[in-house]
Write a protein that binds this ligand. Structure first.
Ligand SMILES: *Cc1c(COP(=O)(O)O)cnc(C)c1O
Length: 362
């Protein structure tokens, strides 16, 4: 006897990158930051006393929102704190999308390929999905917003820098999409700390847009994937409706104090991101020297394609061979990606191990 809804029965759940127990593995598969978080983060967590644990935390993470507002030169009512950036994605679908059945109207629009969690969340919400294929160079097609409007989408999600290609979309291009699109444009900026610029101008100042929602996370740029802390930035009206649908205590006291300390420890995060960016250039150059195709990346990973199969190389084989040598990278068995690998940038030592493992097998 099946008790669940049909959409849940047919659901293929999200498949996260492997998290091996063996700590000797060089883990370049889930875009974690190889450097530690700011020391203030650990101090803040260990400084939480029994009394703070006994009580409920601030339901709105008020101190965090104040610090985030200051960091981004926004108002505190333009910030919502979430249990990882992933909760913000779920919340946006709960608030803006309609379940299927409304003649296919009211779903999400996305580029293809994209972060695979979007589809899983849309299926959990039983909301329609409209996919617009990216151009050859992973650019968003000119008629993206038009196609989504025609399909009646309520929520568009673009990720910039893009996952899994690393491509950066300019603020001007994103503004154009937000202007044309009739629903809410969620810009997933999970990797923005490694990018040349962000899209925050869209929600700041006199001509701030009221249909743009930026997703930020402490998982990547701040080395805190284990903490599960993310946030949204938007016009106060958008934040207010998201706030209505969130769990009453969606972030806990440890997360809140650690997140405040992380934003206050900007310098450490900036330094580690800069090191990753330097290594991104070096690893890209080395791969290109070995004959691999490397797409320009503004992220903490690179998408790369090994030399043609004629030379005996094939992305899946290389992925398996690296794994056997204790180096984990990400392989996606899907259209446009199955001939490529996504490699997270690690420390110089980790990256050298990767490059050695690649050359030793060729
Ligand atoms: C990592 C990531 C997120 C958010 O991750 P959390 O760990 O839940 O904060 C969102 N979007 C993309 C594309 C990501 O890679």
């Amino acid at each position: 006897m099946a008790y669940e809804r049909n959409n849940i029965r047919s659901l293929s759940p999200y498949v996260p990158g492997e998290q091996p127990q063996d700590t000797r593995v060089v883990k370049l598969n889930t875009n974690e930051n190889p450097y530690p978080p700011a020391p203030g983060v650990l101090e803040a967590i260990t400084g939480v006393g029994a009394d703070a644990l006994r009580r409920y935390p601030s339901p709105t993470a008020s101190e965090f929102r104040a610090v985030a507002a200051q960091t981004h030169d926004l108002d505190a009512d333009q910030v919502i704190a979430t249990n990882g950036g992933d909760e913000l994605l779920r919340l946006a679908m709960t608030v803006f999308c309609n379940p299927d059945g409304d003649e296919g109207v009211g779903g999400i629009g996305e580029t293809w390929p994209t972060y695979s969690l979007y589809d899983v969340l849309a299926r959990i919400h039983d909301t329609p999905i409209v996919r617009v294929p990216l151009e050859e160079d992973w650019a968003i097609p000119q008629d993206f917003a038009g196609q989504l409007n025609d399909a009646g989408c309520r929520l568009a999600i673009v990720v910039s820098p893009h996952a899994p290609s690393g491509r950066y979309e300019s603020c001007d291009r994103l503004r154009q999409i937000a202007t044309e699109f009739k629903g809410v444009l969620l810009i997933d900026e999970a990797y923005t700390d490694f990018a040349r610029d962000d899209a925050i101008d869209l929600i700041r100042g006199e001509d701030a847009m009221d249909n743009v929602l930026l997703l930020r996370t402490l998982s990547k740029g701040y080395s805190l994937a284990g903490l599960r802390f993310g946030y949204g930035l938007a016009h106060r009206n958008l934040i207010a409706v998201l706030d209505k649908a969130r769990d009453s205590y969606n972030t806990d006291i440890l997360g809140q104090v650690a997140a405040v300390a992380a934003l206050n420890g900007q310098e450490q995060a900036r330094t580690s991101c800069a090191k990753v960016v330097d290594e991104r250039r070096r690893v890209g150059d080395e791969l290109a020297r070995l004959g691999w195709w490397v797409w320009p990346s503004d992220s903490n990973f690179i998408l790369t394609k090994p030399p043609a199969p004629g030379s005996g190389q094939n992305a899946r084989d290389i992925y398996e061979s690296l794994k056997a040598q204790g180096v984990f990278v990400r392989y996606f068995d899907q259209d446009r990606l199955r001939d490529k690998l996504r490699i997270t940038i690690g420390t110089p030592d980790q990256n050298n191990t990767l490059l050695r493992a690649l050359t030793s097998r060729t």
